[in-house]
Design a binder for this molecule. Sequence first.
Ligand SMILES: *Cc1c(COP(=O)(O)O)cnc(C)c1O
Length: 462
Amino acid sequence: MPSVSRLLQQPAVIQALERIPRAVIVDSLRAEIAAAREQAGAGAPPPSDSVLVNRALQRAEEASKPSLRRAINATGVILHTGLGRAVLSQAACRAIQAVAAGHSTLEIDVESGRRGSRQAHVRDLLCELTGAESALVVNNNVAAVLLGVTTLAAGREVVISRGELIEIGGSFRLPEIIRAGGARLVEVGTTNRTRLQDYREAITEHTGLLLRCHPSNFRIVGFTEETPTTELVRLGREHGIPVMDDLGSGAMIDTGLLGTGPTTTLQMAIASGCDLVTASGDKLLGGPQAGLILGRKDLIERMARHPLARAFRVDKLTLAALEATLRLYRDPEKACREIPTLRYLSRTRDELRVMARRLKGQIAAVCGERILIDLVPENSEVGGGSLPGENLPTICVRLRVTEGHLTEEELAARLRRHEPPIFARVKDNAVLLDPRTLEKEDELEIVKALSILIQSETNGRI
Ligand SMILES: *Cc1c(COP(=O)(O)O)cnc(C)c1O
């Protein structure tokens, strides 16, 4: 076997050293030499130096790629947690760039030059847009709920309907979060029906909080009854117990206006009199990961003083993106145009058909007969535990391989290995590309990936 130092003299390696750190190349050479030695031990002929170098450079190239990187979402799931939930608006991206690349006014009052609050950048905007008395932003919505529970009900009881004891993605369950907040969970009602009387009977001198949680990732249909929030609020007032409403998806405009089903907006939850409302920043709001807490000033001040508020603090990049996103909502039409989440939601079937036809034509032009391409009516998903069961009709480009031995799973895997990785749906022996979550430049990338794939198939390099 050649030595590492001998391979380091190869022109291809010397060239690569200009781009890739030496340590990475040396590690890759060592790994390939070791692999070749093992294969030689099993009787394989030793590879030439140039073959070894090629393999090592490929490995080094792979190791140099960022792990967290841009990806193309052709799944049609708008808020795909695996793919980073909400895509940020250009305005939000610019705001992050500006704040990241230099110093900023994060916690300083420009007038006085004295220390200020990082919350100031978004508090007034949130109040203006939602009608809330005060607002606090934390790292995510689970942090918001936990902070609310622990500040208002640690050592006391949290009353919640059995129909709302949800599990959030990643197997985090609301009952565990309530326990983590040091509160005791008191379940009332049944899975499908919970009446005001159920809450009333559960209230004792130990009750610290009445919690409502929107069952965000499933829907119970049929014989159901839930207590209207306004009634719960009235009950809370009678007993001097705060009511907190965990909205989860946190839309700022009625998604009904976008052609989807109605949802409780942040404004509606505030208007119904809830003492506190919590929501995610990166679901239907279309902003960065964050937990929004809206509501009564006195309660929010107590929460802001709790030590956990410091642990759940949002960073400046989040605040920059959130402020920019919120500013767009001052003009709801602009918000719908410029916030990708809302744009994807509001795409009509006709628009999607035009996109799907265009994509199909481009793919057909490079793939010829090798792939069977047609259009199929399908449904997109909102995802991210928002608007469950919502039908979002779409038109997908369906790809089926006609010859060779590439299965639909392998085709999908090859798309994922493209740079940037492309994520599609696999269904009924086919790969489906949903235009709902695609931008124009993504279409070109998909065509390029398929063209490379067909080329390598033709050359027999499978
Ligand atoms: C999504 C969701 C959460 C979790 O929000 P994160 O921002 O992901 O922490 C909590 N509650 C409800 C109802 C949700 O839909």
